[in-house]
Design a protein around this ligand. Structure first.
Ligand SMILES: NC(=O)c1ccc[n+]([C@@H]2O[C@H](COP(=O)([O-])OP(=O)(O)OC[C@H]3O[C@@H](n4cnc5c(N)ncnc54)[C@H](OP(=O)(O)O)[C@@H]3O)[C@@H](O)[C@H]2O)c1
Length: 128
C-alpha cells in the first residue's frame, strides 16, 4: 500500500478554492469531425480513456464554418479536438475554409470557457 500523500490533488483544490483555476475537468471533450476517419478513431480512444465525448459534425447538426449549433455543443466542454476536413480546393480557398473554421471554433470556445484546443494539421503545413 502506498503512503504517498496526494499533494497534486490538494494543490489543485487549493487553486480552485482561491479562484485561480476553472473547476471543470478537461474530461468532457468535443471532437469536431467526429464522424470522419480520424475523428471516429479519436472518439473511440477518448472513450476508452474514460472521457465524455461530445461529437460534432454537420451530419450531427453542428457546422464550424457557419457556427450553427456550436454554442450549445461546446457548453461545459473542457477541451476541443479539431479533426475536420474540407473539400480539396485551391490554396486560397483551402486557407480561407480552414481559417474560418478555426476562428469560429476559437471564438465560440472562448465564450464557452474551453481551456484546451487541439488541431490536427498536415505534414508540411509550414510550407503552405
Ligand atoms: N486521414 C489521414 O490519414 C490524415 C492524416 C494526417 C492528417 N489528417 C488531417 O486530419 C483531418 C481529418 O482528416 P480525415 O481523413 O479524418 O477527414 P474526413 O474523414 O473527411 O472527416 C472530416 C470530418 O469533418 C467533418 N466536417 C467537415 N466540415 C465540417 C464543418 N463545416 N463543420 C463540422 N464538421 C465538419 C465531417 O463530418 P460532416 O461531413 O458530417 O460535417 C467529418 O466528420 C484533416 O485536416 C486531414 O488533413 C488526416
Amino acid at each position: 500500500m502506498s503512503s504517498r500523500p496526494s499533494t497534486t490533488r490538494t494543490g489543485a483544490a487549493q487553486r480552485v478554492l482561491a479562484g485561480r483555476t476553472d473547476p471543470r475537468p478537461a474530461s468532457r471533450v468535443a471532437v469536431v469531425g467526429a464522424t470522419g476517419r480520424i475523428g471516429s478513431l479519436t472518439v473511440a480512444a477518448l472513450e476508452r480513456g474514460g472521457h465524455e465525448v461530445v461529437r460534432v459534425s454537420r451530419s450531427l447538426g453542428v457546422d464550424v464554418t457557419t457556427g450553427t449549433g456550436l454554442d450549445s455543443a461546446l457548453a461545459g466542454v473542457g477541451a476541443v479536438i479539431d479533426v475536420t476536413n474540407h473539400p480539396p480546393a485551391d490554396r486560397a480557398a483551402t486557407v480561407e475554409r480552414f481559417g474560418l473554421a478555426t476562428r469560429t471554433l476559437l471564438a465560440t470556445g472562448e465564450r464557452a470557457g474551453v481551456r484546451h484546443h487541439v488541431l490536427l494539421s498536415i505534414a508540411g503545413l509550414d510550407r503552405v
